[in-house]
Each structure stands twice: as C-alpha cells, then as structure tokens.
Ligand binder design. Structure first.
Ligand code: SF4
Ligand code: SF4
Length: 327
C-alpha cells in the first residue's frame, strides 16, 4: 500500500461525504493551538503529522447546542435536523478511544445515533516511535490488542518502512475500501471496548486511589489554583455532560441540550436554589471523580484518554498527569 492508494480512497470519500480532518491552522498560533479540525476543501490541507488538534471531535459527535423537540399545539414534535454524511479523517488512537467511550454512553441516545449513522470514521497512526509508545501503554500487539477494542470503519497506519497499511473495522469500512478499489487490507473485528483480560490494571489502581482521596491535600492546593473557568471541560473529548434547556414563550416551546460544564455555577443548581457543587474544591474533585471513578465503574473504561488537551487549555497550568501522580 502506498500514499497513492490513500489519495484514491480520499477521492472516493469526497464523492459522497463531507470531509473533516485535522489541519494546520496558522504557524503564528501558540504551540499546541496550531492544529484544528476543519472541513477539507483540498486534500493537501489534511495534517498527517499525528499532531493532536486542539479542538476535539466532540464538537462533531455532540454539538455544543442541539434542539431536540418542539411542542406544537400541545403535541411533541421532533425537531427536523439534517444529519449529513461526514467522513471524520485521520482520527488518532486517543480520539478513537474517546469515540469508543461516547458510543457506550450514548448507545441508547436517539439523537446521537441519528447523527452517527451516516458518519464514516477513518483512524490514523503515524507509526512514529512516540505514537507507537502510546499504543504500547495498553498492549504490545497493536493490531489485535488495540484496534480490536476501538471503534472505526477504516484505519490507516504508516509502517516503519514508510508504507501505509489499511484496516477495515466494519462492514461499511470494508465496502468503502472495496469501492475505492483497495484490495490489500486486513479486517479487524470489534471485540468490545474492554480487553478480554478485563479493565486496564493502571486504570483500576488510579480508580482505587482516587476513590479514597477526598481528604488529600492535593484538593486544597487545586482549590487555590483553579479559576473554575471550565476550559478543561470544553477542550476534553470525553466530557459528555449536557444541560437541558426548555423554552416556553409565545414564539417557541422547545427543548434543547447544550454542553454542561461542571465548573459553572448553574451545573448543580436545583429548584430550591441549592447547589451541590458550591466551592471550587468540590467542583474540581467532582470533575476528577467522574473521569477516574464513576466512568470506569460504569463502563470499565477510563474517563480520560490522555490526550493532554485540558493541560493546554488550563490558564493556570493544572495538569491531570501531575494530579494523578500526586494521588
Ligand atoms: S487528558 Fe484532559 S482533555 Fe484529554 S481526555 Fe484526559 S481529561 Fe480529557
Ligand atoms: S481549565 Fe484549569 S482553571 Fe479552568 S476550570 Fe479547568 S482546571 Fe480550573
């Protein structure tokens, strides 16, 4: 396989999909902010360097604001939304892990499912030693032990000799590769999000430490530093909480949902005016507890995929890796 075949595949996808991919935005942007996910107008714009785009695929999978239904003449009417066929290109392995978590969380969510159905996911690995290391955190056998536990339709991996290797991860992926005239690819059957041997041991150990950490002084330290600005939540590809918003006025009776940010004051506000999360310390503890305890308990998967976006986003330098080390 070589790059010509990748171009052939992309040209085929462009016939029926709206293409989105990581792209280099501007050399003058601050380090870490130069790459973003944008519409592909020209195939040469796609960034294949493996750099982590600052914005995440969450914006595509779970839009910031989504109208769900209207009430018309006393009847519930589902909002007519267009779900275009989108090909999400060059999604790195950490973002595939975030997507795999979303697929569990929103398994029964009608709106998510309608949006996801026409999408095609094309994963990508640069094959760089640093990239390869990330996979080895979880296993030594990249093909079987990593790819079979993440969701994708097509996966493209650059080998040490520079050539590309193609994988299909679904019938849709297989059909697409066939239609593009690519014949030399491996099929990977999805074996569920969790390895046969059970949840990752590191994950379990972090979960146990986090669970008993409420009285640790790390939370007092973070309480003093954190601004509760919520940038970490917005940047994070696995933060999936949302608020429901009802409108009831003469012009509109509807329900929408929008991203919820657990650092904001209204997140835990209840009808009588009380707030469960009424201090910064409680908010930041809640954020970590959701990622490191509640998500792993519910899905046997980590609530953090280690992408580092929250570290880049945080204006006061709070670093999840350092917090985990401190725990
Ligand atoms: S590193 Fe930060 S942004 Fe990335 S998944 Fe973990 S918590 Fe979210
Ligand atoms: S980005 Fe940093 S300062 Fe802002 S809420 Fe998150 S941890 Fe706190």
């Amino acid at each position: 396989m070589n790059d010509q075949q990748l171009i052939k595949l992309l040209n085929k996808l462009a016939e029926s999909y709206f293409l989105l991919a990581p792209q280099k935005l501007d050399d003058n942007l601050l380090p870490g902010y130069e790459y973003g996910i944008r519409e592909v107008k020209n195939l040469e714009e796609i960034d294949w360097s493996g750099a982590m785009p600052y914005g995440s695929w969450k914006e595509v999978l779970l839009p910031y604001h989504e109208r769900l239904f209207d009430i018309q003449k006393g009847r519930l009417v589902e909002t007519k939304t267009k779900y275009p066929p989108i090909a999400c290109l060059a999604m790195n392995i950490l973002d595939l892990k975030a997507l795999t978590l979303f697929e569990q969380v929103f398994a029964n969510d009608l709106y998510y499912q309608k949006r996801r159905r026409p999408m095609l996911i094309v994963g990508y690995s640069t094959g760089l030693p640093s990239d390869y290391k990330k996979y080895k955190v979880f296993s030594h056998n990249y093909e079987e032990n990593v790819l079979e536990h993440v969701i994708f339709d097509i996966f493209v991996s650059r080998q040490k000799n520079g050539r590309l290797k193609f994988y299909s991860g679904s019938e849709k992926g297989q059909l697409t590769l066939d239609q593009a005239g690519l014949t030399d690819y491996n099929n990977i059957e999805f074996a569920g999000p969790v390895a046969e041997s059970g949840p990752d041991k590191t994950l379990l150990s972090i979960m146990a430490k986090m669970e008993k950490s409420a009285n640790k002084k790390i939370w007092d330290e973070l309480d003093k530093r954190c601004l509760a600005c919520g940038k970490c939540v917005i940047a994070c590809p696995t933060c999936f909480c949302f608020d429901l918003e009802d409108r009831d006025n003469s012009a509109e009776q509807s329900r929408s949902r929008r991203w919820g940010v657990c650092f904001y004051n209204d997140f835990s506000l209840v009808a009588d005016g009380r707030k469960e999360l009424d201090t910064v310390k409680k908010k930041i503890f809640f954020w970590y507890y959701h990622k490191l305890v509640r998500i792993p308990k519910q899905y046997s998967l980590p609530g953090c995929v280690g992408c580092g976006r929250c570290i880049k986003a945080c204006p006061v330098g709070i670093n999840i890796n350092e917090t985990i080390k401190a725990l």
